[in-house]
Design a protein around this ligand. Structure first.
Ligand code: GDG
Length: 736
């Protein structure tokens, strides 16, 4: 069984020094809980930073920590203070964090951060490579390690890599601002499966992949030169039972055993049974919408004065990144707002906002969840938000209402919650009133649905689904690679070629012999290609035919000096070696003036597109358009032409970023067969990349060697990944 290893910025253990020895204790976070079950079950290791600066440790202390971690199947990546400051606090938290949460104004474009980020990502990758074997699975987590997938893949291509992003992926218009955007995307594309919390983050990622790197995406598959990658949404869950069980225990605890916090909460309700509590829990972060929440609560008290003395907001704010300027400013803003509200609306018996600026033990957290009537979650951006799910799991009597921001990933699964826009204070104030007055039957009805859903898709299901995804992508890649010409198969093909005495060689041009260029006229043959063709044509046993959708003049100009046959415009024209151009069929072009204005209209409406006119066809090129718009317009165009093609006996051919209209019944398959009828061949080989070549692959006799360039599904018997691999394959044939 293949092992599954985890790589994340932090190891799932906290290290404390007591009496000169180091003790490890497990972290309680959701990721640690979910992943611990995974790497233990699959016999893998966890690679990450232990949380202490390397410069604060002696060599012996470092070894002691490493040994203790090994017992827990963990491997430490040690970081110096400088690395922590530049890679973690710098690039991760002052560049990626604000950027991915749409706070571009807070980005610190410090090139030293980027250099450190690359270096430390390399350290993580190297540590992982120490333990990863071919066939293993590696699951990498989060925004601190975006470059690690590629760093591992480039060294060990036979390892399956999963990457999960815990924060949002921003829209392309925001992501493009980053100077290092291409490198980051390339880093992520080292993975075989890329997971996001929601489909929206996934589609933003696709859009950046398309626009920055030009890769094709069909459904949720990204087609790289030599691999297929899957991306998908996996909304992260929580350890539901842990919260539910502890909440049940707390509910049944005798009074004298309850914690101090719990007793304080009970006292609050003793004043009047009508009293209610609203709860919020988050790290002190500008993404969490803490000031928005306070403003809205103030508005609520002002608008609904009957709730004064009856409702308090408990705000647990966990200190975070307190050295950073924005966080310091936020802290003062929150302190001031809390002071203002308590000053204005409070009295000796009533505190409107209970403000805890610290973190609390897990048990207290559950006490807060169980005692609060409403959870008020108002982030301006949040990848998921587990607090919402934890509140649901802790409501064992099924009362309670969630108010949640539409900007939190969790909202997609919480349709029964009250959903608000975090910038709309009036709406939040009214929602608080609605939540506080919601009849208990209604609360239970909603809570039951929420609990069913969150219980089902818990953190174990989440990790299980992600692992299933990694295995699925392994299968897809195996299928796609099944037809790939391995060195062994390549040798068999060239040996058979060597034995043959008369060989017909059909070669498509664009995407097969040369790479696509933005300007089709710029794809002329280079010296290597000329030499390659010369080598093939010199052998009397070979009959080389370049079979292309190109027009006559271009191919004649580029290849006219070679001893090759040319079939162009997908089979309309043939020029045999030493002969003149002849038309293979009697075709008319009277339809062109009717169709051309339609294509022109599409050119006008779609920047970057243009028309190419051949003798017997018209082509609309959209390679240079905005990719999504190009695809959309291509579909519109096909729709619009569908009615006209029957009347004119035309055919629509969809090539690589082109839509071509030409007379029906003519294609590369028909042309190749007709050509073969004139002579006997004992070896036929055809190589092509797009679906116009599929006609050829289907029509040729079964004994023909048909080769598709690229990874898409095909009728051909074999596949080569790229133009480069076609050239080296042909070079080997040329030696025979
Ligand atoms: C990132 C994304 C995404 C909070 N205070 C205390 C405490 N907590 C625990 C909560 C909860 C966790 O911290 C916070 O989880 P979130 O999901 O709200 O946020 P981030 O930590 O920023 O996480 C986020 C998440 O990754 C998972 O993918 O949801 O969007 O930003 O579990 O219970 N725990 C204890 N005491 C506290 O005072 N013990």
């Amino acid at each position: 069984m293949s092992k599954i290893h985890i790589v994340s910025n932090r190891l799932p253990l906290s290290i404390n020094k007591e009496n000169d020895t180091f003790n490890l204790s497990p972290s309680v976070g959701g990721l640690a809980t979910g992943m611990r079950s995974v790497y233990k079950e699959y016999g893998g290791k966890w690679v990450g930073w232990p949380g202490l600066a390397e410069d604060d440790l002696t060599g012996a202390e470092r070894d002691e920590i490493d040994d203790k971690l090994v017992e827990e199947d963990c491997l430490a990546v040690h970081l110096t203070k400088e690395e922590i400051s530049l890679y973690y606090e710098g690039f991760s938290n002052n560049v990626i964090w604000p950027m991915f949460h749409y706070f571009a104004q807070f980005i610190d474009y410090n090139p030293n951060y980027w250099e450190a980020y690359k270096k430390v990502n390399q350290k993580f990758a190297e540590k992982a490579l120490e333990i990863v074997d071919d066939g293993d699975i590696v699951w990498i987590h989060d925004y601190q390690l975006l470059l690690v997938p590629e760093m591992i893949k480039s060294v060990k291509p036979n390892v399956t890599i999963g990457f999960f992003l815990h924060i949002p992926f921003p829209s392309f218009e925001v992501f493009r601002i980053l100077p290092w955007r291409n490198e980051l995307i390339r880093g992520m594309l080292g993975a075989d499966l890329i997971g996001f919390h929601t489909y929206d983050y996934e589609r933003h990622f696709f859009s950046s992949v398309r626009r920055l790197l030009g890769y094709e995406i069909s459904f949720n598959e990204i087609h790289l030169e030599d691999r297929i990658i899957l991306a998908d949404a996996f909304p992260m869950g929580i350890d539901y039972e842990k919260f539910e069980n502890l909440a049940k225990d707390i509910a049944h605890k005798p009074l004298q055993e309850r914690s101090e916090l719990h007793r304080e909460l009970e006292k609050y309700f003793l004043v009047s049974p009508e009293r209610k509590l609203i709860l919020s829990i988050d790290r002190l972060d500008y993404t969490k919408g803490i000031p928005n929440r306070l403003h809205a609560f103030e508005k609520f008290l002002n608008k609904y004065p009957e709730f004064k003395n009856q409702v308090s907001l408990i705000m647990l704010v966990v200190p975070s990144r307190n050295e950073v300027e924005q966080y310091k400013l936020l802290k003062s803003e929150v302190d001031e707002l809390v002071g203002r509200i308590n000053g204005q609306y409070g009295d000796v018996n009533y505190t409107p906002v209970w403000y805890f600026y610290r973190s609390l033990p897990f048990e207290n957290l559950i006490e807060l969840y169980s005692s609060s009537d409403v959870a008020l979650i108002t982030p301006v951006r949040d990848g998921m938000n587990l607090v919402a799910k934890e509140y649901i799991a802790s409501r064992v009597n099924q009362s309670g209402v969630i108010i949640i921001s539409e900007m939190a990933g969790a909202v997609k699964e919480l349709g029964e919650a009250i959903i608000i826009n975090p910038n709309n204070e009036d709406e939040i104030a009214d929602s608080i009133q609605q939540a506080l007055t919601m009849p208990i039957e209604e609360q239970r009805r909603r809570m039951r649905y929420l609990q069913d859903r969150i219980r089902r898709y818990d953190v174990f299901k989440w990790s299980g689904e992600f692992i299933k995804g990694m295995k699925k992508v392994e299968g897809i890649q195996r299928n796609f690679l099944a037809k790939k010409i391995t060195p062994q198969v390549g040798k068999e093909l060239t040996d058979a070629f060597a034995k043959a005495s008369k060989r017909a060689i059909f070669l498509d041009y664009d995407g097969t012999l040369v790479n696509f260029k933005n300007d089709p006229q710029a794809a002329s043959p280079d010296e290597e290609l000329h030499n390659l063709i010369t080598k093939l044509e010199e052998d009397e046993k070979n009959m080389v035919t370049v079979i292309s959708g190109r027009d006559r003049d271009t191919l004649e100009k580029w290849l006219g000096n070679h001893r090759v046959n040319l079939i162009v415009e997908h089979g309309v024209w043939l020029k045999k070696i030493g002969g003149d151009w002849q038309m293979l069929d009697n075709i008319n072009a009277s339809w062109k003036p009717v169709i051309r204005p339609i294509l022109e209209n599409f050119v006008d409406r779609t920047p970057g597109t243009f028309i190419e006119e051949k003798n017997y066809s018209l082509v609309w090129h959209y390679r240079n358009s905005v990719p999504e718009q190009g695809e959309l317009r291509a579909n519109e165009l096909k729709d619009e032409l569908r009615n006209m093609i029957a009347n004119h006996n035309l055919e629509i051919m969809e090539g690589n970023k082109v839509i071509e209209l030409k007379a029906g019944g003519i294609n590369k398959g028909v042309a190749a067969l007709r050509f073969l009828r004139e002579n006997e061949y004992d070896y036929i080989i055809a190589i092509g990349d797009d679906w116009t070549d599929e006609y050829m692959f289907r029509e040729l006799p079964e004994t023909a060697v048909t080769i598709k360039v690229g990874l898409k599904s095909t009728a051909a018997s074999y596949k080569l990944e790229s133009v480069k691999s076609v050239r080296s394959f042909l070079k080997n044939l040329g030696k025979k």
